[in-house]
Ligand binder design. Structure first.
Ligand code: DC
Length: 233
């Protein structure tokens, strides 16, 4: 059963891939001493679990079953890096690949999968509060979030950031291919019929194209100040 507790505050950070949501959400959660939900990871994990069973092209019902019964564990290694375990196998690196992102985008377009992950996501809402990062946190999963942010950045800037990230990891991908990929994924994520990528009506828009990670974090912490009892800023 899903326990929903409206008294536990949620900060929803939504936006397209490459807007910096993941990094920002982690920083905001850590500064405020709140839990963190990386909802994209759940879609990626569903895709990985399905692919591992050779069921990526199975029916939506079968894929929803896989989503609902994900055996996932999150831990932190000695360097403070988050590690993700699927069926007790460390899938942290595999999870972040472009391939996983593409597969995730496909399963994320299925209403049955989104419905199956709804309860899984809501279960992350625990005291003292949650920072939830995704596409539909403010619109669908936590419509009563105390603060909703829609973080954007131009497609070219997002491709550049992703390119740098991959280069730093020693992965060689062309910038043009990445741009195409980002634009394709944006289109799929915004045009799908269920929970399309769009800002909640009461979301604050924040364009990070010309802002540093620190500046974006600071802005959100400022906005959070009057809505959340902060641990430390
Ligand atoms: O944020 P990300 O790149 O890890 O997300 C992977 C895919 O999952 C992306 O194509 C969009 C989808 N997604 C979604 O549909 N809804 C969410 N709340 C989070 C991610």
């Amino acid at each position: 059963m899903t326990i929903e507790n409206p008294e536990i505050p949620v900060i929803a950070i939504d936006g397209p891939s490459g807007s910096g949501k993941g990094t920002i959400a982690r920083r905001v959660a850590s500064a405020l001493g709140l839990h963190l939900l990386d909802s994209g990871a759940l879609y990626r994990l569903t895709a990985l679990a399905a692919a591992g069973q050779g069921k990526l092209d199975a029916s939506p019902e079968i894929l929803a079953g896989i989503a609902e019964s994900l055996n996932v564990r999150f831990s932190t290694d000695r360097q403070g890096e988050e590690q993700v375990w699927l069926n007790d196998v460390n899938v942290s690196d595999q999870l972040r690949t472009e391939e996983s992102g593409r597969m995730a985008s496909r399963v994320a377009a299925l209403p049955a999968v989104r419905k199956a992950l709804l309860g899984v996501q809501k279960d992350f809402r625990k005291a003292p509060g949650l920072v939830a990062d995704g596409r539909d946190m403010g619109t669908t999963v936590f419509p009563d979030a105390v603060l909703k942010i829609f973080l954007t950045a131009g497609a070219a800037e997002r491709a550049k950031r992703r390119h740098k990230q991959l280069n730093d990891k020693g992965i060689d991908v062309s910038l043009a291919a990445l741009s195409r990929d980002i634009e394709d994924r944006d289109r799929r994520d915004s045009e799908r019929s269920v929970a399309p990528l769009r800002p909640a009506e009461d979301a604050r828009l924040l364009d990070s194209s010309n802002l540093t990670i620190d500046e974006v974090t600071r802005t959100i912490l400022d906005w959070a100040k009057d809505r959340i009892i902060v641990k430390r800023i």
